[in-house]
Design a protein around this ligand. Structure first.
Ligand SMILES: [Zn+2]
Length: 317
């Protein structure tokens, strides 16, 4: 029996706890999971819903069982870092993976794959699982497959809302534009930040300004655009905004593409540094030489609003 873990296909922000590594999903990771789910669960009928606790980060709605059993998964989407599972009865399940949330798909009909080192990470098992430790929600489909929401640290969240009211949901209503959509542009960014006194890095991490950006992709895009993460928003020129929006998009697309490719060949990363790690130009490269051609600078790590910022002291001014 093959068990497919939709998360962890390439590495991201690492959180160490009890010698285990957890990954913090940003837009590209959630997009990758969304694409994986599209392949795996669209068209399936939910035959049984079970939950093994009343809350994750927030209470799990009490009406889940009643409203979703018997429905069919119509489509899957993403908004910012939220996964949206649309049901044929015009309800949408909203999922946020928090810090350590994972969606596990168990399919008895998937071709058996030879167990490997990943076995201990729970990727390969031989029977359908009984509820495991940290499995909080289990959905059975009528074809015998299952989807499990597993979350060690329980910062994840799930909610259910009528699809027509989705944009008014409290988690989604204040989200800024999707960075890869036409709603986001250098002009939009400049307008949103022109009077702000905070740093440009803090601004692009603000989900109300642009959605889905986390620490890694903020550092990477600022490096690509040669902009200091500490630059005050009101000092950002038109050219700065142009470069930053362009590089944000490039970095996100690159990450989505690498996630997609690792999804295809099932290169689960477990605790290892993943595929995208090789593509990082600045994040996690403290004290190493700047990768920019002809730049002799070194990468520095500095605390900024409680997170690590990585930047080149020479070329990001
Ligand atoms: Zn440099």
């Amino acid at each position: 029996m093959y068990i497919f873990i939709l998360k962890e296909y390439y590495n991201n922000f690492k959180i160490q706890k009890n010698n285990k590594v957890y990954l913090l999903p940003e837009l590209p990771e959630v997009e990758t999971i969304s694409r994986g789910l599209k392949l795996k669960i669209i068209g399936k009928k939910i035959s049984k819903y079970q939950q093994f606790r009343e809350d994750l980060r927030w209470p799990i709605p009490t009406c889940m069982k009643e409203l979703i059993e018997g429905t069919i998964i119509k489509s899957i989407a993403r908004r910012g870092k939220f996964l949206l599972i649309n049901l044929d009865v015009d309800y949408t399940i909203i999922i946020h993976l928090g810090m350590s949330g994972r969606l596990l798909i168990y399919n008895p009909f998937d071709k058996y794959r030879k167990p490997s080192k990943e076995k201990e990470m729970g990727i390969f098992l031989h029977t359908l699982v009984k509820p495991g430790k940290h499995d909080h929600i289990k959905i059975d489909f009528d074809d015998g497959s299952q989807m499990v929401f597993n979350d060690v640290r329980r910062f994840g969240a799930i909610d259910l809302i009528r699809s027509e009211k989705l944009v008014f949901h409290k988690w989604l209503s204040k989200l800024g534009p999707e960075p890869l959509s036409n709603n986001f542009s250098p002009q939009v960014l400049q307008k949103k930040i022109e009077n702000k006194k905070c740093s440009i890095k803090a601004a692009i991490l603000d989900q109300g300004i642009v959605s889905g950006i986390g620490n890694i992709y903020a550092c990477e895009a600022l490096w690509e655009a040669k902009i200091s993460p500490f630059k005050i928003c009101s000092k950002m020129t038109e050219q700065d905004c142009y470069s930053l929006v362009k590089e944000l998009r490039n970095v996100l697309k690159k990450a989505i593409n690498s996630g997609g490719s690792s999804l295809k060949d099932f290169k689960a990363t477990g605790g290892e540094l993943g595929y995208f790690q090789n593509l990082l130009s600045v994040y996690s490269r403290e004290k190493l030489n700047c990768k920019r051609v002809l730049c002799k600078g070194k990468i520095k790590r500095q605390a900024q609003s409680g997170r690590s910022t990585f930047f080149c002291v020479n070329c990001q001014s």
